[in-house]
Design a protein around this ligand. Structure first.
Ligand code: NOJ
Length: 515
């Protein structure tokens, strides 16, 4: 129980789109509570909720107006507590999303800063200047917005998401209270949004190339972060580890352009977990994946920080569509869904056989494709709107889940329509349909989660992408063009596709019990 998070399977819930309990078209805690048995049967150790706090939802809730409450659209604090208690009854822990880089312009502290005017202590909580520099928003457009009194404020994301000033001790002090608020309620951990952000170079210098990237820069991967996260680790470690939910954890959303950019976080006493996004950034190519896996394992060696594996989340194109198109798809017609599904299933067996923890994003276990053809008028993501549609944004992976039935809203809720449209043709992808089909992607995930291997990781010689865990287990993935003979084995434990004639077909993965 102690460090349960070291090899846990964590299920990410994007609350708006998971399950709607009150029929208003938006997911909520009542809906999630009703679906807890589903999560228990899937076999996950914990759920991570993307933000559910009071928010204008300009960025799906990552624009927080109050860090210590629940938006009425999602329910109440009592509903949160009810979910937490019921989840504990299934042995499932809860992780909440902390958004420390920025808040919402609707946050009372930002409203007070606007009202107090230039030079006020209220403005010192944010980054106000008389003139902007040349930094660009990650969502497109400038990273500065002017207020009516002429000053500008910094926002690395949407103009509705002002950045906190982490150089002001009042900001870390406030967040410490936020952390304790949720930890005291019994959450098992925190997912930390834009963990490589927060501190900015105090000079706010212009940069030669303002194109957003995840390299170290005057706004990302600042040296102050390491000491800062040691203080959060100390808070986490001050909670008792010997009773449920075990030791408290935090998983940082650290993006880097290269694995080396994450190295500073892998130090004793650092944030317990740093997401490893390189698996899903890697092409469907054996050499690239192999290199990524080796580099990731090497990175964590010798530190007590772990780097969970991920193949999807609410910010990136769903694996079926990513692996099913030769170039980033812009339309559903660009995707070969059958190919993408084969590869996504193989990737699932890879994900769940690697050593350490894995995060599964809602709908990944159903093999949902990205919905790329959402009409512009229905799109919600500020990335779409700030770039005039040049970037489609992330709505396509945030489509409400199909639970049952043959037509929209596919059992998502009782209401006539969900907050984002679902595509036609998802009848075979519903939970209900997949539970009735032993060959479904859902059943593959359930079986794989139940049978995850332990033991030392070692590459298996003679294959492009194959490894063993301990003495008796092997995972092979065939990304080549030809079928590959299987090694001598006692039995096939699981396969992502049909195995016949002792060979592993293209775009297929298998788990073997070795003899
Ligand atoms: C990362 C979150 O995952 C994403 O959804 C959000 O838009 C940005 N951070 C800004 O909070």
């Amino acid at each position: 129980m102690t460090q349960w998070w070291r090899d846990a399977v964590v299920y990410q819930i994007y609350p708006r789109s998971f399950a709607d309990g009150n029929g208003d078209g938006t997911g909520d805690f009542a809906g999630a509570l009703a679906r807890l048995p589903y999560l228990a049967e899937l076999g996950v150790d914990a759920v991570w909720f993307s933000p559910f706090y009071p928010s204008p939802l300009a960025d799906g809730g990552y624009d927080v107006a109050d860090y210590c409450d629940v938006d009425p659209r999602f329910g109440t604090l009592a509903d949160f507590d009810a979910f937490l208690a019921a989840a504990a009854g299934h042995g499932i822990r809860v992780i909440v999303d902390i958004v420390p880089n920025h808040c919402s312009t609707a946050h009372p502290a930002f409203q007070a800063a606007l009202a107090a005017g230039p030079g006020s202590p209220e403005r010192e909580l944010f980054i106000f200047r008389d003139a902007p520099n040349n930094w660009q928003s990650i969502f497109g457009g400038p990273a500065w917005t002017q207020t009516p009194d002429g000053q500008w404020y910094l926002h690395l994301f949407d103009s509705s998401q002002p950045d906190w000033n982490w150089a002001n001790p009042a900001v870390p002090a406030m967040f410490e209270k936020v952390l304790r608020f949720w930890l005291d309620r019994g959450v098992a951990g925190l997912r930390v949004d834009v963990a490589h952000g927060l501190f900015k170079d105090p000079e706010l210098p212009d940069v030669p190339d303002p194109t957003p990237s995840d390299r170290p820069s005057p706004w990302f991967h600042r040296p102050e972060l390491v000491a800062h996260y040691a203080t959060w680790r100390a808070i986490l470690d001050s909670y008792p580890a010997d009773v449920f939910p075990g030791s408290r954890t935090a998983v940082g959303e650290f993006w880097g352009d290269e694995i080396i950019h994450l190295e500073p976080y892998f130090v004793p006493g650092g944030m317990p977990q740093a997401f490893n996004f390189f698996l899903f950034q890697s092409a469907w190519d054996a050499a690239a994946l192999r290199q990524t896996i080796t580099a990731s394992i090497t990175l964590a060696e010798g530190s007590d920080v772990v780097a969970p594996w991920v193949i999807s989340n609410h910010d990136v194109m769903r694996p079926v569509s990513r692996y099913g198109a030769p170039a980033p798809a812009r339309s559903d017609a660009d995707v070969d869904v059958a190919l993408g599904t084969r590869r996504a299933r193989a990737a699932a067996l890879l994900l769940l056989a690697l050593p350490g923890s894995a995060y599964v994003y809602q709908g990944e276990e159903l093999g949902l494709p990205e919905f790329l053809d959402i009409p512009a008028a229905d799109r919600d993501d500020p990335v779409f709107h700030r770039t005039g549609g040049a970037r489609l944004g992330r709505d396509g992976c945030r489509v409400p889940l199909p639970w049952s039935g043959t037509a929209q809203p596919y059992g998502f809720g009782e209401g006539p329509a969900a907050w984002l449209p679902q595509p036609d043709g998802w009848a075979e992808l519903t939970v209900e349909a997949q539970l009735a089909d032993p060959a479904s992607t859902l059943e593959l995930y359930r079986a794989a989660i139940a049978a995850r291997p332990g033991g030392e990781f070692a590459w298996l010689a003679g294959y492009d992408l194959a490894f063993t865990r301990g003495d008796g287990f092997a995972c092979l993935v065939n990304l080549g063009r030809e079928a590959v003979p299987l090694p001598v084995h006692a039995s096939v434990l699981l396969a992502s596709g049909t195995i016949a004639g002792g060979v592993l077909p293209q775009d297929t993965a298998v788990w073997l019990r070795l003899s």
